[in-house]
Design a protein around this ligand. Structure first.
Ligand SMILES: [Fe+2]
Ligand SMILES: [Fe+2]
Length: 288
């Protein structure tokens, strides 16, 4: 079996809850997964001190398991990037936008990781946090700089990661923005859901990991992308939806099945399994 612990939206800074972060670290040690996947929004205000805290935390987790991480919309300096697009400062908008993330977390915005175990898995990170850019323009003012999209250049990185992975490894894409409308927020995180999910399936993906909505949700979309599981992790912070507890997901993959076990915060005992969903591995049989 291959086991991946998926967590999201840690939001270092004001929303961070120290006892939950400590408990998550304890759960990672206890569960000893083959990989830890962190789907963005490490910070709240994209500040240097928040990035330093996030980096120290990720480094501690790395002592237990390999970690893959991508940026979220909170980790991008999109307002300053707009000014640079207008030619007000020297550095390019792209460079400026990700400057803190690339300095403190990782220079790679589309990393990939091969998780061990049997059958093994490849997780391809696909950056969807582009700030204000052509693909994420919206008339909804409150979504400006918040909504995400998948672009062709980043898809090529997913294709590259999948093409280099062993044939039996489960193909997983990790993005920040939720492609499925949030139950409480009523909002899609991603502007081009249908194209993105279809492209992921065409590349052989059987699971999409994401966050952003701060509410755990696990979906399949039989009419457009049969066999694809979309798993949105909850947050580990106090930015909760509708009184739902903080949570993370443990993904277990064997030859026949993909299971997602949500672990929810149960004060004061820490995180404990709260629900489980199982899916047959259609994608595996399709590519076999
Ligand atoms: Fe978030
Ligand atoms: Fe977000």
């Amino acid at each position: 079996m291959t086991r991946i612990l998926h967590t999201s939206d840690l939001h270092f800074g004001r929303p961070a809850v120290a006892e939950q972060l400590d408990s998550l670290k304890g759960s990672i040690k206890e569960l000893a997964p083959d990989a830890v996947a962190v789907s963005g929004d490490l910070t709240q205000r994209c500040s240097v001190s928040e990035f330093l805290q996030a980096r120290a935390y990720l480094d501690e987790i790395r002592e237990t398991a390999p970690v893959i991480v991508i940026p979220g919309n909170h980790d991008v300096r999109w307002i300053g990037a707009v000014a640079r697009n207008l030619g007000i400062w020297g550095r390019t908008a792209h460079e400026f936008k990700y400057s803190r993330y690339t300095k403190y977390i990782s220079p790679e915005l589309n990393p990939s990781l091969e998780a061990s175990g049997d059958p093994g898995a490849v997780i391809a990170g696909c950056n969807t946090a582009h700030g204000i850019s052509r693909g994420s323009l919206t008339r909804r003012f409150r979504d400006l700089g918040v909504i995400g999209h998948v672009n062709k250049r980043d898809l090529l990185k997913v294709e590259e990661a999948f093409s280099q992975a062993p044939p039996d490894a489960a193909r997983i894409v990790m993005i920040h923005h939720n492609p499925i409308r949030g139950e409480t927020t009523g909002r899609h995180g991603l502007s081009n859901t249908r194209q993105a999910l279809t492209a992921f399936v065409d590349l052989g993906a059987e699971l999409v990991l994401c966050g952003h909505d701060h509410q755990v949700a696990i979906h399949t979309i039989e009419e457009s992308t049969p066999g694809l599981v979309v798993s949105t992790a909850g947050t580990i912070s106090n930015r909760l939806r509708a009184g739902r507890p903080s949570s993370f997901n443990l993904v277990e993959i064997d030859d026949r099945e993909l299971r997602i076990i949500t672990h929810a915060w149960q004060n004061p005992t820490g995180f404990a399994p709260s629900q489980q969903r199982s899916f047959p591995r259609h994608a595996a049989s399709r590519s076999a």
